[in-house]
Ligand binder design. Sequence first.
Ligand SMILES: *Cc1c(COP(=O)(O)O)cnc(C)c1O
Ligand SMILES: [Zn+2]
Length: 467
Amino acid sequence: MSTTLTKTDAAYQLCMSPQCAATFGIDEILTTCPECGNLLDLSYNWDQVAVPSSLRDFEARWSTRTNPLDFSGVWRFRELIPFAPEDKIVTIGEGQTILQQSDRVGQFVDVNSGNLHLQYEGLNPSGSFKDNGMTGASTHARMMGAKAAACASTGNTSASLAIYASTAQLFEVVVFVGSGKIAFGKLSQALDFGAKTIQIQGDFDDAMAQVREVCGQRSIYLCNSVNPFRLEGQKSTIYRVLEGLNWEPPDWIVVPGGNLGNSSAFGKALRELKELRLIDRIPRMAVINAAGANSLYELHEERGLRWNNGDVDDALIESFYDEMDRAERRASTLATAIEINRPVSLKRCLRALAITDGVVRQVSDEQILDAKAQIGGGGFGCEPASAASVAGAKQLRAEGVIAPSDRVVCILTGHQLKDPNATVAYHSSEAGAIDAKLSDAGVDSVAFPNRPVPVENEIEKILEILD
Ligand SMILES: *Cc1c(COP(=O)(O)O)cnc(C)c1O
Ligand SMILES: [Zn+2]
């Protein structure tokens, strides 16, 4: 049914392996390259797109916000994501997110005053950055006339897909989640938005493997980040970061790494902006793993795995995963959104690290939760995974990799209310009596608890506490 487009079309799918470089039309539903099995990217013939000559030109859309495409924090940059006819775009007002400077968090990280910025993606309609991408995937699903869509998820992807399906009413949704660890804020969203929710007896990596199989067998549209249209939407975080900095690139962008879709999209966005001469300098990127789910860290920092112009050492990856399986090692962290041991966008992320002269670090759950408390104290509520960015920035600063004078942007990927249990467990912990949820996860001290104060229901007693 599909007609394969050629490179003369403005947008096409391109195998991410430069050694293969097979191309496919955007009217084909593919999750991997049929020739070589690698993932696909969207690619553009930019000379056929009306790209503005300066990023500042996008500011004209601030005054035309009654147009839903100009209101969207993704699609007001649509010339940089040019795969969709405007009448097919599915938007629910995603990307109304803010970049804010925080000296409180800056002091914690130990950079100079004015240099630490938080990009708060928790303000998206479903409370995480996943909406930036899901508007892209939903748009392509609509272009293809898909009747059903699915994803595997640690929680936020399913919440996001569910909100798009329920708002757009264009397709049915099935979400696959693992058992046990899903944060209740996220599960409650999938259920409330009416998605068929399948809880597999396994973890995210198991759910991911099953959903790929199911989508293949039943022709269901797959919305995980293997989907290149999703990654296109996720590029927009970078555009908004630049916008928030008056179009001046920062020195560092620090992002948590789970399935590695976001970091991959960031690298692609930055490379494209540089090639289009819309920025003159590419910031460095730091991708932060949780220590309990640190495949990227292990491979990139400990074993020297590199993008190597697309000639990636597959044998090294395979032997690492074999080792992991033999040791029966499963991903384990309180930062459930990044509790992933087999990141599907691993190679894309290696490429992004090459583009950005990037680094990878791992941080413990203790570091993550302490950073989260500092972020909260600065007025930004985020979920544990998001705080890995700030914990990672602090570590890189302590190592001297980040300088005090560097301008640093940490991405806060998801909202605080996604996982209130983690927050309450942290703040309720007494010294020497850490909440069971935390101690089970190996956290045995908390640095910044704000403990609730129990008191009898008597005014005298209450006043005593306040004195
Ligand atoms: C999905 C998610 C991540 C991980 O992003 P990847 O693109 O999978 O690396 C981090 N934080 C939150 C809140 C998420 O929802
Ligand atoms: Zn290929």
